[in-house]
Design a protein around this ligand. Structure first.
Ligand code: UN1
Length: 505
């Protein structure tokens, strides 16, 4: 563990590592082994208050710097993330259980985001608008909003914090960040990186802790924008609270019950690969993971046979072993949830095709007996049936195969039959079908002949319906972390006004 600090690890506030106000600590646990990775101070309301005060004080001076001067700190982090790719990827894998190539991909996505944000310091940031009156100049200019509260999840413990913070900081805001309680070590490492850049005190602040610390951030009046990525339950609570407060904004990106439509004009290899990647990578624990595979009846049997074969065989195990496809679930409580949904599938009388809820002892690698193991669970369900398992998000390798008959309109109707609307994919070689899906699927992230995981950071990332109310990432986040000023300047003699107004008195 990259510890230059006293144990248990501290919060980073106002340019200093500080002891928290409370005496309580919590542990980070490796979900593949059950071993402790370190002890962390649990943030209290008082700790959050201190961080917010520091961020508030630091804002004016930070906002007064140029974009490129602010971006310099991010460029340092960009190089550090690249240099420490292997080491940081391993930390991600150990702390959140993603297999090692995914652990490294998390770090890769983080530097992509930092590169985008720091590079954005040299992009145009507003609009020059033609005034309706000759002799007037009209512009839209942006300015930072102030203190941004960032609450991030454990499944992308390095990438998502940079989705939230990189653009926010380059735009001239200050931040108070609470990493997920399951991945405080990643939080610690990121805070160490910021500390090493010498970023002015109070611009970046990190408080470790649980939901109560997050709530203290959300509830405070000094916070101008709350950025949240995580569960629908918490996201809707935050949106509800913040939505009622004048001048405060929330951008929340939540879960999904994502579907893949495979038509009778699909290439079978693309279909099987895309479905397997989308359903089982990250052990189904991406907000964009798919849990509904909607397959045309003419190719259903062939698809089912190939998909089931892979689901039965796919390697679950030590995330640090390069042959592993799926690591463990994040924690026991989550395994209980996934198991309950697998049990519910039997209660709802679907046809279970693969059930690896409990792995065979021989499948569990030595030294990993205390890991949170679960394998794929695959079942066949009638797409017209009103089932909880095919409509509620499980966030695990729990997948319904749903055969459909009819045309692309029917397939998309089934696809849209969920309260969520985050990600989805169509597998087809027919451009009419592909375009119909693109135009009618009720989702924020749509893929053609690809898995529905693995977004590119320069695209908007967010959902519709119950999946979110904003885009806490890349280009779109700028709307949540800046104010727009409409600036009009008269260069002519005398006052000339729009709307036909006369300035005569
Ligand atoms: C999430 O799963 O919580 O596109 C968001 C992807 C990732 C998703 C991150 N960037 O697969």
């Amino acid at each position: 563990m990259s510890q230059q600090l006293s144990e248990p690890s501290q919060h980073y506030v106002d340019g200093e590592w500080i002891d928290g106000d409370g005496a309580e600590t919590f542990e980070s646990t490796n979900p593949a082994t059950g071993e402790s990775l370190g002890e962390f101070q649990r943030g209290t309301d008082a700790d959050v208050d201190r961080a917010l005060a520091a961020a508030d004080d630091a804002f004016e001076e930070w906002a007064g710097l140029s974009y490129t001067d602010r971006a310099e700190y991010l460029w340092e982090i960009y190089h550090e993330l690249k240099e420490r790719h292997e080491e940081l990827g391993e930390i991600v894998s150990k702390e959140c259980g993603k297999e090692i190539s995914e652990g490294k991909a998390d770090v890769n996505e983080a530097w992509d985001m930092v590169e985008w944000a720091a590079g954005d310091a040299r992009h145009p940031h507003g609009d020059v608008v033609p005034s309706e009156i000759a002799g007037k100049d009209a512009y839209m200019r942006r300015k930072p909003r102030g203190v941004i509260g960032c609450i991030t999840p454990w499944n992308f413990p390095v990438a998502i914090p940079f989705w939230h913070m990189a653009v926010s900081l380059v735009e001239g805001n200050t931040v108070v960040w609470k990493p997920a309680e399951q991945t405080p070590w990643c939080g610690q490492v990121i805070a160490e990186m910021f500390a090493e850049t010498g970023i002015p005190d109070g611009v970046f602040n990190m408080v470790q802790g649980y939901g109560d610390a997050g709530e203290a951030i959300v509830d405070d009046d000094r916070v101008q924008t709350v950025l949240f990525t995580g569960s629908a339950e918490v996201g809707h609570e935050i949106s509800g609270k913040v939505g009622g407060e004048a001048g405060k904004l929330a951008a929340c990106e939540m879960g999904g019950k994502n579907g893949i439509v495979i038509t009778d004009e699909a290439d079978m290899e693309t279909a099987v690969h895309s479905a397997v990647m989308s359903s089982f990578k990250t052990t189904g624990q991406r907000c964009v993971s798919s849990e509904r595979i909607i397959v045309h009846e003419d190719i259903y049997d062939e698809f089912k046979e190939q998909f089931v074969d892979i689901a039965e065989d796919v390697a679950v195990g030590d995330p640090l072993d390069e042959n592993t496809f799926m690591g463990p679930l994040i924690e026991d409580e989550h395994k209980d949830k996934v198991t309950d949904y697998n049990d519910l599938a039997y209660d709802e009388d679907v046809d279970v095709l693969v059930d690896r809820t409990e792995l065979d002892e021989s499948e569990i690698p030595e030294g990993h007996e205390d890991g949170v193991w679960v394998g794929p669970f695959v079942y066949e369900a009638d797409p017209e049936a009103d089932l909880r398992v095919t409509h509620e998000e499980v966030f695990g390798p729990h997948v319904a195969l749903m055969p459909y008959s009819g045309d692309i309109e029917k397939a998309v109707e089934i696809h849209n039959d969920t309260e969520y609307g985050l990600a989805g994919a169509i597998i087809s070689e027919n451009y009419h079908e592909i375009n119909y899906f693109r135009d009618n699927a009720e989702i924020g992230l749509a893929y053609g002949n690809l898995p529905c995981i693995g977004a590119e950071i320069q695209l908007p990332f967010g959902g519709v319906k119950k999946s979110g109310n904003g885009y806490p990432s890349a280009r779109e986040i700028i709307e949540a972390v800046t104010e727009r000023t409409a600036w009009t300047l008269n260069n002519a003699e005398g006052i000339q006004m729009a709307q036909g107004l006369s300035a005569d008195i």
